[in-house]
Design a protein around this ligand. Structure first.
Ligand SMILES: Nc1ncnc2c1ncn2[C@@H]1O[C@H](COP(=O)(O)OP(=O)(O)OP(=O)(O)O)[C@@H](O)[C@H]1O
Ligand SMILES: O=C(CO)[C@H](O)[C@H](O)COP(=O)(O)O
Length: 414
């Protein structure tokens, strides 16, 4: 907490100036940012003969920079992490860019609110080293979890670190880059939830669970169409990774607060083209500051085909289901969408039937989806659920910050 002297502050989360001593700036105090909240407290001044109503404004601030909110995003390579990150940073506004003037092959993306670091940077073995030892990048022996833990912990505590860079172009470990503590740190990659020490640092975690059929279809689309790889080499690379994927990556989903599961559609019998998708948003119950989204009636089991007068649906249509379930022994709520949208502007119809989506205004999900309509998955449940999870993370972040800004630090008489 810090002493805040901005008495004119009336909204939640405006940037705050810190005083004491008055001459010191935020930077001198070591704070990158700050959040203040103004509360009006009414009380009664009593004297022997009368009682007079009075009020006082309490301004509480969390010293931004002292603690960073840490989000983990786990998935195999080519499973949509970058796409999800771009949707998330868009929710917070501002473009995400590599560190200015740094290594052009940096994997880091920085925006006003978020810094996204790629955990590939904690590979302890470079490409040649892995080849010599006969291990894949998914193998824990090819990764430095001690350093990952120390650095994520330091950033969470508000300290800058010199993080290594794994260069995907050269396959080498490059000199480190400086990472300053942001408001939100996202650690994305193969192992954000593998090491218990790192897992315990996460304020929220997400796993993108892409079924083998769909992963294959996406890989073909990217690596064959865009990178000129052959069908055989794509198949071979997926097969070679599979044992380590099953052993080290996939089990992390049991720890995730939200899982986005992507499967082939059930609306077209026998379909395995991976074009029409069935997407499930699995949300853990009882996670602090995270209230699962629901359709129509919280806790009920619902099946909804919204195609009719308000939503244009061509073959094979759209089906939503929602209800309670268990996942790795945890109570969860599952929202599922099978099929795809014909017209994104009509998504507002679906949005208006969803609750707990943490929007700041009516239609925000639809607006976000329209804004990024050229991103992969914008016409199906992958884009919809990634957008909703982005809004839930914003909400969680704001609640976390507000909960930390508890101690009243200065008061003015109203
Ligand atoms: N929701 C989606 N719908 C359809 N295709 C998708 C979707 N998300 C990703 N893809 C496909 O998968 C490819 C990889 O996506 P993206 O770059 O977001 O994944 P990634 O996990 O960051 O990959 P990598 O770890 O290899 O950098 C994209 O080029 C796209 O072809
Ligand atoms: O699974 C991966 C992470 O996304 C990569 O395969 C791993 O980082 C190794 O990279 P490269 O193939 O460039 O040597």
């Amino acid at each position: 907490m810090a002493i805040c002297a901005v008495y004119t502050t009336t909204q939640l989360n405006p940037t705050c100036s810190f005083s004491t001593p008055a001459s010191k700036t935020q930077t001198q105090l070591g704070f990158g940012f700050g959040f203040c909240q103004k509360q009006q407290v009414v009380f009664y001044k009593r004297s022997q003969s009368s009682s007079r109503r009075a009020s006082v404004s309490l301004i509480t601030c969390s010293a931004g920079g002292q603690e960073t909110v840490v989000i983990g995003l786990a998935a195999d390579s080519g499973c949509g992490k970058s796409t999800f990150m771009r949707r998330l940073t868009s929710v917070f506004g501002g473009a995400a860019e590599p560190p200015k003037g740094g290594n052009p092959d940096s994997n880091t993306l920085i925006s006003d609110t978020t810094t996204v670091i790629c955990l590939d940077d904690y590979h302890s073995l470079d490409r040649t080293g892995r080849k010599e030892k006969g291990v894949t990048a998914l193998d824990p022996r090819a990764n430095n979890f001690d350093l990952m833990y120390e650095q994520v912990k330091a950033i969470k505590e508000g300290k800058a670190v010199d993080k290594p860079i794994y260069n995907h172009v050269s396959g080498l470990l490059d000199p480190p880059e400086l990472i300053k503590p942001p408001k939100i740190l996202v650690i994305e990659g193969l192992h954000p939830m593998y090491d218990q020490r790192v897992r315990d640092l996460l304020d929220f975690s997400i796993y993108l669970d892409i079924s083998n059929e769909v992963k294959f279809a996406w890989k073909i689309q990217r690596d064959m169409a865009e990178r000129g790889h052959s069908l055989e080499s794509i198949k071979a690379s997926i097969e070679a990774r599979k044992p380590d994927f099953d052993a080290y990556i996939d089990p992390q989903k049991q720890y995730a607060d939200a899982v986005i599961e992507v499967l082939p559609t059930q609306l077209i019998p026998g379909d395995n083209e991976g074009k029409v998708l069935r997407v499930r948003l699995i949300m853990k119950e009882g996670v602090k500051f995270f209230n699962p989204v629901y359709l129509f009636d919280e806790g009920s089991s619902i099946s909804w085909i919204p195609c009719g007068r308000k939503l244009t649906c061509s073959y094979p249509g759209i089906k939503f289901t929602y209800g309670p379930d268990t996942y790795f022994g945890n109570e969860v709520s599952v929202l599922e969408m099978d099929g795809q949208f014909d017209r994104l502007d009509e998504l507002i119809y679906v949005e208006s039937h969803l609750s707990n989506i943490s929007t700041k205004f009516y239609g925000e999900v639809t607006q976000q989806m329209l804004k990024l309509s050229d991103f992969p998955g914008s016409n199906n449940g992958t884009g919809l659920f990634q957008t909703i999870v982005g809004l839930k993370i914003r909400d969680l972040f704001e609640q976390l910050i507000a909960s930390k800004a508890k101690t009243p630090v200065e008061a003015t008489k109203a």
